[in-house]
Design a protein. Structure first.
Lengths: 208, 409
């Protein structure tokens, strides 16, 4: 497609500065419309569900601790290698017990792979995005801090976190059969394969 | 303490010749779009020689990729061209899929095409904003950012990030679209044509804009091809080359769109090409929304994030060494990944983005090379800028649409 782009200007238009006035009229019109600028520290932006922000370990209501089973999947998948887990095996039951769980958030690239691979929904990236600090220590999250992050996030959401589902825990459009038992949680209708959005034209063409 | 003056300043002038002087522009100059240094040799205001220096933002992605699995390398591509990161993500995934022989479900192809075009609009809007600001039109800058914000919100709804998306995956995409996303996108498609007209009202026929762009930075089609330019820079010179048309990937072969071509090859032609591309992108978006087929968004054979190809290794003993680096050894024994090399290119907003892989059959690339359009474009700068004025150099850098993150990698 050859584009037509030779602007022409008559003598009268040149003298009267028509194109300049048109531009000015547009900017003048904006003067009377609603401003779109957000006064940030006073007005918080609207953060969408599943925003990849500050890390947290989900606090288990039953035990009061984290749900982590030390499967090491998050530490393995992490591209920036910022997760460090230490565990020992319980001598009687053989179950793994987490000794320490550290996330060095300054190294994190916020890809969200860790929460996606977690088989028990223990790890989450919350919608909290304001946690700047003046020293490195306050952005180094150990297990205690990560659990506190979850509490803070719960407070932010106004409680009722039993029904909270992060989109990365149970990827939208994922087949139920491929997920672990803990990930087969109840989700909104359009997250499932049956309720997914289909194009209007596709529907009509297939019915014909 | 003042230094004693030993010698008065004398400018040596040869007989009948004017002495050129050198000027270092950048690397912190705001008009160079990042950390680009340009060494100039000037005669008055005319550029005799211009040498761009790159490498101030070098992070060694090609090398880091050798130490990450294919799934992990995806996050590096976010940081190439951070303005339209989704196109890089998709380009990388398309390349790896062709190397390893994975297929993508139909729905995922449409979603990828959709996000690619959204990314193109994002990139072109930011290009228009900064380019106009360089030339001196500040209003357009503010208006473009207003629209870009809407698209970034949409990306946030889709994948939880506004800039570094990491959204596609090898063999599909990570998340399906929501109904809210599709509704908002539909609104964007209706809203944007009017907004593009607004920008055109502001600068299209503006006499200052025309003075700064028409006839400046001219490149003939042959010259542009010889310099290796791609994307809107090449199409502005009238060469019909668009990978979306000529070697379609994802769902581009199903799409009905046209490739805008200029003829003069000056800054104004490139500007017009990009503006038309915005409209064509909106057309593609509308078709994607209309024709979105149902089905899964991730192929059932797609490699697992944490243990690539775990699902395909039936009967393989996954012992304790299969975590961490052990997994690589484990898969080498199985001989899963095909060895060989491949070059796959896709149409990123800036031009042809190519990935060249040498695979030795392991889960990591033995060598990954990125053919980034910005690096090629910056090398064309000396040819374009020679003989022109120093003020036009700013306009030239802007019109080539370079992002230093992609240029230096």
């Amino acid at each position: 497609m050859q584009i037509q782009y030779k602007p022409t200007r008559t003598l009268l238009q040149t003298i009267l500065h028509v194109e300049i006035l048109q531009g000015m009229a547009l900017t003048l019109k904006r003067l009377f419309s609603k401003p779109i600028t957000r006064q940030y520290p006073q007005e918080k932006p609207d953060v969408r569900l599943g925003f990849r922000g500050q890390h947290a370990l989900v606090r288990d209501q039953a035990s009061g601790g984290s749900k982590c089973v030390a499967c090491m999947r998050c530490a393995t998948v992490c591209p920036s290698r910022c997760i460090r887990i230490r565990y020992h095996e319980d001598e009687e039951s053989g179950a793994r017990v987490v000794d320490s769980y550290d996330i060095e958030a300054l190294r994190c690239v916020y890809c969200g792979f860790c929460e996606e691979v977690c088989p028990v929904n223990a790890l989450v990236m919350t919608e909290v995005f304001e946690y700047g600090a003046y020293d490195r220590q306050s952005i180094f999250f150990d297990q205690q801090r990560l659990l506190e992050n979850w509490d803070r996030f719960t407070e932010l959401k106004g409680g009722g976190m039993d029904n909270y589902v992060n989109p990365f825990w149970r990827p939208r459009g994922a087949d139920e059969k491929t997920l672990t038992a803990a990930k087969r949680v109840k989700v909104p209708d359009d997250w499932t394969l049956e309720g997914q959005v289909v194009g209007k034209k596709f529907k009509t063409e297939r019915s014909v | 303490m003042t230094r004693p003056v030993t010698k008065t300043l004398e400018i040596p002038v040869a007989d009948g010749e004017r002495n050129p002087y050198s000027l270092k522009m950048g690397p912190q100059h705001p008009a160079t779009h990042g950390v680009l240094r340009v060494d100039l040799e000037l005669d008055g205001e005319t550029i005799l020689k211009c040498t761009p220096h790159v490498g101030y933002l070098h992070r060694g992605f090609d090398k880091i990729a050798e130490n990450r699995t294919y799934a992990q390398t995806l996050i590096l591509t976010d940081r190439l061209d951070y303005i339209g990161a989704m196109a890089n993500n998709v380009g990388y995934c398309v390349a790896v899929e062709q190397l390893l022989g994975f297929s993508v479900p139909e729905r995922a192809k449409y979603i990828r095409t959709m996000v690619c075009e959204m990314s193109r609009i994002c990139s072109h809007l930011l290009w228009l904003a900064t380019h106009a600001l360089d030339i001196g039109a500040m209003t357009v800058f503010l208006y473009c950012f207003r629209e870009r914000e809407i698209l970034l919100d949409l990306f946030e709804e889709l994948c939880g990030a506004r800039l570094t998306f990491s959204y596609p995956r090898i063999g599909g995409v990570r998340q399906d679209v929501t109904r809210k996303f599709i509704d908002e996108l539909q609104r964007v498609i209706h809203l944007f044509p009017g907004r593009i007209e607004e920008y055109e009202t502001l600068i299209d026929t503006n006499r200052i804009w025309l003075k700064r762009t028409v006839g400046i930075g001219k490149l003939s089609g042959d010259k542009a091809l010889a310099l290796g330019l791609t994307g809107p820079c090449l199409r502005g010179s009238g060469v019909d080359y668009d990978i979306r048309k000529h070697r379609p990937y994802d769902a581009y072969d199903q799409m009905d769109f046209e490739v805008p071509l200029g003829s003069d090859g000056d800054i104004y032609a490139r500007y017009r090409c990009r503006m038309e591309e915005l409209r064509q992108s909106l057309r593609i978006l509308q078709q994607c929304v209309d024709m979105l087929p149902p089905g899964p968004v991730l192929d059932k054979d797609a490699p697992d994030l944490v243990m690539p190809l775990h699902k395909n290794t039936k009967g393989g003993e996954a012992d304790s060494t299969s975590y961490g680096t052990g997994i690589i050894k484990f898969m080498e024994e199985q001989g899963i990944y095909p060895a060989g090399d491949i070059y796959v290119s896709t149409e990123a907003p800036k031009g042809e983005l190519g990935f060249y892989f040498i695979s030795d059959g392991s889960a990591r690339a033995y060598r990954m090379h990125i053919r980034s359009p910005s690096f090629i474009h910056i090398s064309a700068l000396p040819t374009i800028a020679q003989g022109e004025l120093i003020a036009d150099l700013i306009a030239n850098i802007g019109s080539l649409d370079v992002v230093i993150g992609e240029c230096d990698r």
